[in-house]
Design a protein around this ligand. Structure first.
Ligand code: RIB
Ligand code: CA
Length: 312
């Protein structure tokens, strides 16, 4: 099984991504690093611990807190989408006894990459601050990472924060530029172009059944789906982060093209925009395998199967 570190800003879909990663039984998740994004670092870390408790994950699976804010910019929480607690109000009142690690996410990433040279997959489902810090602190690790799978950006459609910028890129565009230009051997960009096609519907939730996981998914996505309906006319929850995990499990879920991608950081209107050079006009080496299509049915089947383990 692939060795994986998940980097999350646990939010509603990050939590579903953790559930897929652990529930699939197809990834060896070594640890989870947390970052400020949808909610504060502290809240994202607590939410991650709660989800691991729900999954009955072993206490030996470390949760390692990282950056409490973007590299240069102020934090930009997204409570309107994820709720004040970050997971749609689910697990309210539940306490976790799980204790996050004392070291930093960047140190943990560097340590694990050096311990498993060429073997580690990093699945990034929040702003890229932690990985940017790790790459800046230890540039040697870049060549030793097997692959980086990033949920972020949008290259042929509109943004979800500004008309052109996707949230993870918008929150820390400087970090995204560092990661995209660091020289990782294999970077897969799972953007809104494909995640907007990976929609969890009421019918999918029904298929999860009346189980602890099914009840959690229903509760955590209820408000999200209502708001999605107001904006898009259909009651659904875009599985942005779970699709990045799905790509780690089976790359064949997506169709990709190899292009040069960069991120705008000095614009009044377009900061955080991921600019994809489809026609190689800049004559720069391609640095990302950009997802341009997805087998949504196959992915949703994978997701449902992973959350319906018989042992619930
Ligand atoms: O744009 C969607 C991404 O931003 C997801 O990772 C979501 O959790 C938020 O972090
Ligand atoms: Ca996220």
């Amino acid at each position: 099984m692939k060795k994986v570190i998940l980097d999350v800003d646990t939010g509603i879909d990050d939590a579903l991504g953790i559930m897929l990663a652990l529930g699939s039984g197809r990834l060896d998740v070594l640890g989870i690093t947390t970052v400020s994004g949808n909610v504060s670092l502290e809240q994202a870390t607590e939410n991650t611990c709660k989800i691991l408790d729900l999954l009955q994950a072993g206490q030996d699976l470390p949760v390692v807190p990282g950056a409490a804010k973007p590299l240069l910019r102020p934090a930009f929480f997204e409570h309107r989408v994820h709720g004040s607690d970050g997971i749609g109000g689910a697990l309210r009142g539940v306490r976790t006894a799980r204790r996050p690690e004392g070291r930093s996410a960047a140190d943990y990433m560097i340590e694990q990459i050096r311990r498993h040279p060429g073997e580690l997959t990093l699945v990034m489902t929040g702003p890229l601050t932690n990985l940017a810090l790790a790459a800046a602190q230890a540039p040697d690790i870049v060549r030793d990472v097997r692959e980086v799978i990033v949920m972020g950006g949008v290259v042929q459609s509109y943004g979800n924060v500004t008309p052109v910028a996707e949230y993870n890129m918008y929150v820390d565009p400087e970090a995204a530029r560092i990661v995209l230009n660091a020289g990782f051997r294999e970077l897969v960009l799972v953007g809104l172009d494909v995640t907007r096609k990976a929609l969890l519907s009421e019918e999918h939730i029904e298929r999860l059944g009346d189980t602890p996981y099914g009840r959690y998914v229903r509760e955590s996505t209820a408000d999200y789906m209502n708001r999605y309906c107001e904006r898009n006319g259909v009651r659904a929850c875009a599985l942005h982060d779970p699709l990045a995990v799905g790509v780690a499990i089976d790359r064949k879920l997506v169709t990709t093209g190899h292009y040069y991608v960069d991120v705008e950081t000095r614009s009044e209107l377009c900061d955080g925009q991921t600019v994809c050079d489809f026609q190689n006009r800049l004559q720069r080496e391609p640095n990302a395998h950009v997802c341009v299509d997805v087998n949504a049915d196959a992915f949703l089947d994978m997701f449902i199967a992973a959350l319906r383990p018989s042992h619930q």
